[in-house]
Structure formats: structure tokens, C-alpha cells
Design a binder for this molecule. Sequence first.
Ligand code: PGA
Length: 259
Amino acid sequence: MAEIIIVDTPADAGAVAGAAIALLVDRRPDAVLGVATGSTPLPVYSDLRERLAGRDVSQVRAFALDEYVGIARDHPESYHSIIDAQVTVPLGLTRGLVQVPNGQADDLEQAALEYDAAIRAAGGIDLQLLGIGTDGHIGFNEPGSSFASRTRVKTLTPQTRSDNARFFASVDEVPRHALTQGLGTILEARHLVLLAFGESKAEAVARAVEGPMSARVPATAIHLHPHCTVIVDRAAASQLVDTAFYEYVFANKPAWQGI
Ligand code: PGA
């Protein structure tokens, strides 16, 4: 079962995930991080800014989950731009070691194959950060995605486009397609850390954690992974049934066991 950690605030979640990433980087200076975009991972990045300050992160490698198709790489909302501004620059990572899928490629199928090959060549991802969409997606694996899927182009649901309209002048400007790591790609990371905050994520979290496994809820793929940590605030946990059990398990966790 995935480990469920219920915290009071997104900043607390950022500290839990940030500590795990810092420990990983201490143990493995060329660690391979799987980084995510959206609002959810921001508390992790802001925790890491302080936690990693003074550490040598020049060898740390990173792969983003996804990229829009149909907007320029230098568009402020492209995930190339977002990852650069929110991760690479503030954390002091080496630009050439941070990769984002090439959603601008002429041959997107080839770009997808090359992305999976690059992850494999790096030895795989050590720790993958994940948000969750209100429709249950992880990465841009929308409902119906195969649990065995690899990096490929997906069509964004109207729900996802409307959720992401806040980053654009209007919903019409939100791209309709994205190049995303597949569920099968994500499941190869050695540790998944899924975060969710706020009431708007409560239903998706409950379906992902306690619902039956289904391609209709792509985040239920976490149950196929031997090491997945779900960190949620109380609002995002509000539709979970078994919270007392999750808190009991976490409170009684052996001290030597990290997340
Ligand atoms: P959000 O998006 O972090 O901006 O809520 C999460 C997601 O769509 O995966």
C-alpha cells in the first residue's frame, strides 16, 4: 500500500518531500529527480531552495514529466520555461542536466522515444514528484491512459484545460495536446511522491488512494508501485475514509525508515 501522510499545510508537505530529496542528493550527488509543474510542487521547491543551499548540486540530473505541444519553448507557460524558472535556476541545477520532453519537435513520436531512452540512459529516475489532476491524471495521463503507456502525445481533457486556464489569458489559449511520460514510464521511477492540496483535489485523492484500480483514474497506477508516498493536507484528505489508520501507521513508523 502506498504510504499516506496527512499534514497541516502545503509547507509541511514541502518539508517532508524536501527532506527526502536532500537525503537522496547527499547519498547520491548525481541523483536523478523527476520534477513536476503546476502549483502543487511549489512548496517542495521552496523548501529545497533553503535545504540545498550550500550543497553541491552541480551533478544532480532532472527529468520533467511533460510538456505542452503547440506553444513555443520560450513561451512563459511552456514547461521548459516553468522548469527553468521554478527548478533549475532557483535550485542552482546545471541546465544541461535538466531535461523536458520536446513538445516542439517536428516528429513527436521520435521525441517521445528519445525521452524514454534518455531516462533509461540516466539509470532511471530515483524520486518522481507527482501532482494529481482533478480528473485523476498524473503527468498528463488523462483518464483512459494505459497503465503500460510510455512517453507519448495525449489530448488534454476539457477539465484539464479549464483547470490550467488560470495560467493563460483564456482557456482558448491552453494547448490541446501534451507530450507526457506514460504511466509505465512513471512506474519505473524508484520512489513516487504524490502531493495534493486543497478541497478541489479531495475527490481525486480519495479515488486514487481508496477507489478501485481503473484506467479511468490514472493515479490508481500508484498501487502497482512498491514505494509510493502520498502527502496531502487535511483538505485534500477530507474524502478519505481510512484517515485514522493512515495516521496510526505513520505515527508508529519505525524511526529508521525514511519516507
Ligand atoms: P496543479 O496541477 O498542481 O496545478 O494543481 C496538478 C496536475 O494537473 O497534475
